[in-house]
Design a protein around this ligand. Structure first.
Ligand SMILES: [Zn+2]
Length: 347
């Protein structure tokens, strides 16, 4: 049910108004505002939001970026997309949250919210009385996830990550969700697709609830996409993210025109995360998109005096999805992802 029609039945809003936070958009209009997260044990937070309320009825698609506030290409892509979206041609509603982790962006702190040191894509559904990250995620759950029909979560190579473009398709075991999200990920158009094993009982990610997983828990099809690297905002990456979004909107009949879909994607069924076992200085020897054999040296580490202390090797044969982009490397940090190719016709 469209939220606006629910409110209409309660007599609270104009016929087709859509409200998210302080942004209230009438039918055929766009509105900006903030999802206001009240202060608690730490500071309050205003999360920017844009509502594009189409002139024709249709589903509600939520677009979220900036859980990691220095993944700039994805943040800029959603800002530009919200600006470019024309409510007159849209059927349904877009809820665009281009920057969730405002403190990370402003302070140039990658991965975490510097206010409380927590990852803003791990702790859904959040808590109304937790620290800032938990309160913010609670607000996103209530004001975005519960109001949308579909979700795309945007990421991009963080300040210290050099990567190729790829999407995540979650395999949840729920046929309705999985077929719909599969259509979305193929329409988005990135040709490398990582299969996430998101069955409810899967033990591989205990205690971790990302925004896509939380959406799935609420019965909403969701995918995640990544483009951009090492703090850059190259047009190629920003445009690919925007174009994928327009394609998904066509696929969902929210825009006129026929959606194309990626013809022969590489499905990555398993990937290995290589982590550092020590503090030191990292030098990459492989680049994203390279195919490497198990045992291939993908980089090396030195101590602070320049002595080589470790050759980092690929734990399996596959494609380099991402690799460290800067010399800083502390024990436990991710050095890279190597994806094993599952095939190009499906999982
Ligand atoms: Zn991210």
């Amino acid at each position: 049910m469209r939220i606006a029609s629910l409110f209409l039945s309660l007599g609270l809003l104009h016929a087709a108004d859509v409200a998210v936070g302080t942004a209230v958009a009438r039918s055929g209009q766009k509105a900006t505002g903030f999802i206001q997260v009240p202060g608690g044990v730490d500071a309050a937070l205003d999360i920017p939001v844009i509502v594009v309320n189409g002139s024709q009825p249709g589903p509600t698609l939520a677009l979220l970026a900036g859980a990691h506030g220095t993944e700039y290409a994805s943040i800029i892509a959603l800002m530009k997309l919200a600006e470019a979206a024309d409510p007159a041609t849209v059927s349904g509603t877009l809820i665009v949250v281009p920057l969730l982790n405002v403190a990370s962006f402003l302070q140039k702190v990658p991965h975490l919210n510097p206010v409380d040191g927590k990852n803003m894509n791990r702790l859904y559904p959040g808590k109304p009385d937790g620290t800032q990250t938990e309160r913010a995620l609670w607000a996103i759950t209530k004001q975005v996830l519960e109001k949308c029909d579909y979700l795309i979560d945007f990421h991009g190579g963080d300040l210290d990550e050099n990567m190729r473009k790829y999407s995540y398709w979650p395999d949840t075991g729920n046929d309705r969700l999985d077929q719909t999200s599969r259509g979305m990920v193929l329409a988005f158009g990135f040709d490398h697709i990582i299969i996430q094993h998101n069955h409810a009982t899967d033990p591989r990610t205990p205690g971790v609830t990302t925004v896509t997983r939380q959406a799935q828990n609420l019965g909403k099809p969701a995918i995640a996409v990544e483009a951009g690297h090492a703090g850059t905002t190259h047009a190629e990456d920003v445009d690919a993210l925007m174009s994928g979004c327009w394609q998904v909107m066509r696929h969902l009949k929210m825009l006129p025109g026929v959606a194309t879909r990626v013809e022969h994607p590489l499905w990555i069924g398993r990937y290995a995360v290589v982590t550092s076992d020590r503090d030191g200085v990292f030098f990459p020897l492989a680049v994203p998109e390279a195919y490497v054999k198990q045992g291939t040296t993908i980089g090396y580490m030195t101590d602070f005096f320049g002595n080589k202390v470790w050759d980092v090797t690929a734990p399996l044969s596959g494609v380099v999805i991402y690799i460290g982009a800067v010399p800083s490397m502390k024990k436990g940090d991710n050095i890279g992802y190597i994806g094993e190719i599952a095939g190009n016709d499906g999982q």
